[in-house]
Design a protein. Sequence first.
Length: 313
Amino acid sequence: MEVKILKEARQRAKTEIYQCIKKWFSEDEIKKDITTQFLGIGEKRGKLILFSKNEEDFIAAGVDFVKILFEEAQKILFKNSREKIKFHKFKSDGDKVKNGEKIAEIEGRMKVLFATERLSINLLSRLCGIATETSKLVSEAKKYGIEVCATRKTTPGLRFLEKYAVAVGGGNPYRFSLSSAIMIKDNHIISAGGIEKIREIITRNRKKSGKLRDIIIEVQKMSDLEEVLKIAKELKNISVMLDNFPKDSIGEAIKKIREFSHNEKVKILIEISGGIRPEKLPEIAELKPNRISAGYITSNPKIPDISADIIAL
């Protein structure tokens, strides 16, 4: 399953990078690099070395996507040339990178190297940061048999690349888009007229179609849990997300869900969300959820310090 998830995430990320490249290069106006033009070094051959300046070890992610960036820059800047860049990677996605270690080397025209230097560092460092944050959380969660899931708190335009980095770090990318699963959150419940109304809608749709795809329902208070359990009994298979649930009653809520699941022979997957951090895992683990979802791994990762040296050949 993990290999399948990683493969799907990688394919989505690769598609996304080709969709974004034109915009990224237009932001930097790579055909108008007046510094390289002024110095007259654009046609010279050189080597760009990507390496870690980070004090702490981190997880590599997006290394092969860096190659794509340089290849596409080569096509744009030397449109009628058959010349290709030379790419050699020292680290593959998922590898640990230590301070001072090389990640990749790229040989080509200076014009291409300078045009792609900053973009490659920006993308690579962000994906490495996400993979590393995810890996830290997964490492702790595995001790308790808890799955780590990402959220849709991603950078606009980088959704699939960031979800791929989560997969590299050992996490579940979870919902790639709104079409991935039916997730009924608090605003849906309010907009529909309350949890009782949600139950009516689900019952009506189930009778109409016979079977519904998996449904995830957010619960933030005990009173709503009663209705959600009624829905679970009807569907026989449901996921309950306890999002920012009150600390003093979350244990009671999970106990109630487990007992209901056992007595009614209903499959209920329990997810805890809101304020998830590695240091909180022991406390969360005592509650024995099936999975946790964390927004910070994509929205606010610690970005490693990756640098580049360019030398003439």
